[in-house]
Design a protein around this ligand. Structure first.
Ligand SMILES: Cc1ncc(COP(=O)(O)OP(=O)(O)O)c(N)n1
Ligand SMILES: Cc1ncsc1CCOP(=O)(O)O
Ligand SMILES: [Mg+2]
Length: 209
């Protein structure tokens, strides 16, 4: 993975979409997203075979566009379908263990403190995601809103380690996240719920790429 692939990192699951997720992903790809994470969780989310079938469809769309397809949380699914990578949180197994399981794949880790950042790097993470940078209604069990300070601190300590901000990021505040030192923005609502996901993605590309 190179850090440029984090520039406009779109994340979605069916519960974040009012239209079919396949259509939204295709529109976002036309707009220029650089990476996609399948995050199928929460009330009414698909599970089991239905979740796997959807993952395979979205993976195929990403493959055709040469965009990395990352699975959130579900390491077994990522291994089974040979996803390009997995994104794990602090409640999941250590990145070093996950790295062994997904042989050669991308491992992203959520961090909220410098200690968590240093551990993720030592464990062999390929990138870290940190947030919520701004208030978000998408994830209820988040840590407190953090602003951009941790992004600045991580960048100062390890200038070349890939970092992405997440949480409440919009086309209006994305520049501030980049200015703090992020390599990109992770976005759910501002693309998945946009009137035009293509136009929204294109505006993020202008700011972040
Ligand atoms: C790129 C990126 N960064 C952070 C997260 C959040 O992960 P986590 O804290 O494990 O929360 P869930 O997304 O699993 O609810 C992410 N998904 N992606
Ligand atoms: C998954 C996640 N982790 C921290 S905030 C968040 C939700 C981001 O969603 P949105 O871009 O809609 O604020
Ligand atoms: Mg998680």
């Amino acid at each position: 993975m190179n850090s440029e692939q984090l520039a406009v990192y779109f994340i979605a699951g069916t519960t974040n979409c009012l239209k079919p997720i396949e259509q939204i992903l295709q529109e976002a790809i036309k707009g220029g997203i650089t990476m996609f994470q399948f995050r199928e969780k929460g009330a009414n989310a698909k599970t089991g075979e239905e979740k796997k079938a959807l993952a395979l469809k979205l993976q195929s769309i990403c493959r055709s566009a040469d965009i990395p397809f990352i699975v959130n949380d579900d390491i077994d699914l990522a291994v089974e379908i040979e996803a390009d990578g997995v994104h794990i949180g602090q409640e999941d197994e250590a990145a070093s263990v996950v790295r062994e399981k997904i042989k050669g794949g991308i491992v992203g880790v959520s961090v909220h403190t410098m200690e968590e950042f240093e551990k993720a790097v030592a464990d062999g993470a390929d990138y870290v995601g940190t947030g919520p940078v701004y208030p978000t209604a998408t994830k209820l069990d988040t840590r407190p809103v953090a602003g951009t300070v941790l992004i600045q601190q991580m960048k100062n300590q390890q200038p070349s380690f890939p970092i992405v901000g997440i949480g409440g990021i919009t086309v209006q505040n994305a520049a501030e996240v980049m200015k703090a030192g992020a390599d990109g923005v992770s976005v759910i609502t501002a693309i998945s719920m946009a009137k035009s996901p293509e136009a929204a993605a294109a505006r993020f590309v202008e700011t972040c790429k």
